[in-house]
Design a protein around this ligand. Structure first.
Ligand code: PLP
Length: 385
């Protein structure tokens, strides 16, 4: 029996958040306003005003000066802009945490520059002793060290020791890039207090539209020109701005900042986790500090794809680790980097957001128990119930 669309439960906010009504209204408004922000006439000035208001709102969410916010096509491009800028500024070796998003890992890989992975411990936190030792024997021929450490991991929600890493990087006269795509809107993010030289965020993870993101940069980071063209974004990214998307991003940033205190899912999430743990599930990342909305769990022998499909049939949408573009379910490199071995193919990620209720978490738990029960009975030897 299929579940009606209205009866489905969406618990995959870390893949993409449900679009906030404020963002949808702002997108529609920008389309009505029209105009090219580079035009000097009234319509152009109106579009420019929307872009600059959105820049101020996005900057406020991450406590950055508005003049340092560059709009991009998303978190992926913002991460690439940071890495490519560092390389153009002379970095010849990159230190990337082992749990960074593919947009960092693959950009580092494709850059042709040497890169090393910063290991993580079993809770998924970056090993700062390793980083300190590596920076202490830095070879000046490798240029200034470039370090990428995300603020919160997309699969486990584990919050990384970014401010501590920033002190090490600063002492080594390096460049710290912080991917705050998953943290923004779920935690207070202060890019300057964190010590980030560059920091990326993405609209669709906070309830804005897909295809818009931003990079902020501090005084020590020299940003390069990403796209040549009409000099938009102060010459850093040519091309007519995505005004509706940017306006939706700004509205989502305002709403996310407003909701920061009320988005407290920890109680619901932990109640769900306690019930699943009693059935043998392992919560990845415990006891490290984690995003309040994220639960990553694994049961030995209960494959991720089986869980995701069974839950989907029951009308509950979660994901198997990182959502990959092909829709394929693969072993999670994040769980593998945490040393979770066979569990890396058995993890699912459940993530709530602004529209999630306690009833949604309960629906997930009930559906999961049904799926788990079927899994256990299939594996039970003949004659055993
Ligand atoms: N960084 C992290 C941690 C993410 O989770 C994602 C998206 O899943 C991205 C970057 C990429 O952002 P976008 O989808 O806006 O390109």
């Amino acid at each position: 029996m299929s579940v009606s669309p209205n009866d489905r439960v969406y618990l995959d906010y870390n893949a993409t958040a449900v679009v906030r009504p404020e963002a949808a209204a702002a997108i529609a408004h920008a389309l009505e306003v029209g105009g090219n922000p580079s035009s000097v006439h009234a319509a152009g000035r109106a579009a420019r005003a929307l872009v600059e208001q959105a820049r101020a709102d996005v900057a406020a969410l991450i406590a950055a000066p508005a003049s340092t916010v560059v709009f991009t096509s998303g978190g992926t491009e913002a991460n690439a802009l940071a890495i490519e800028s560092a390389i153009l500024a002379g970095a010849k070796r990159l230190l990337i945490s082992a749990i960074e998003h593919d947009s960092i890992q693959e950009t580092a890989h494709a850059s042709g520059v040497a890169y090393e992975q910063i290991p993580v411990d079993r809770t998924g936190r970056a090993d700062l002793a390793w980083l300190a030792a590596r920076l202490a024997r830095w070879d000046a021929a490798d240029g200034k060290p470039f370090v990428a450490l995300m603020l919160a991991n997309n699969e486990t929600g584990v919050i990384q020791p970014v401010a501590e890493a920033a002190e090490l990087v600063r002492a080594a006269d390096g460049w710290l890039h912080v991917d705050a795509v998953q943290a923004a809107g779920k935690l207070p993010v202060d890019s300057r207090a964190l010590g980030a030289d560059t920091l990326s965020i993405s609209a669709h993870k906070i309830g804005g539209p897909q295809g818009v993101g931003a990079l902020t940069f501090g005084p020590r980071a020299a940003l390069s020109r990403r796209q040549h063209g009409g000099g938009q974004e102060r010459g850093r990214r040519g091309g007519t701005e995505n005004v509706p998307g940017i306006n939706g991003f700004g509205a989502a940033a305002r709403a996310a900042a407003r909701d920061l205190d009320s988005l407290d899912h920890v109680g619901w999430r932990d109640a769900a986790a306690a019930r699943l743990k009693a059935a043998g599930a392992v919560v990845a990342g415990e006891p490290a500090p984690r995003l309040p909305n994220t639960l990553c769990l694994a049961v030995p022998g209960f494959a991720s794809d089986t869980q995701v499909m069974a839950l989907d049939l029951a009308g509950v949408m979660v994901s198997a680790g990182a959502a990959c573009s092909s829709g394929k379910v693969k072993q999670s490199p994040v769980l593998a980097a945490m040393g979770l071995g066979d569990l890396a193919a058995c993890g699912i990620r459940v993530s709530g957001g602004w529209k999630t209720s306690e009833a949604d978490w309960n629906r997930f738990v009930d559906a999961w128990f049904e799926a788990h029960q079927r899994h256990v009975s299939r594996r039970a030897p003949a004659g055993v119930a």
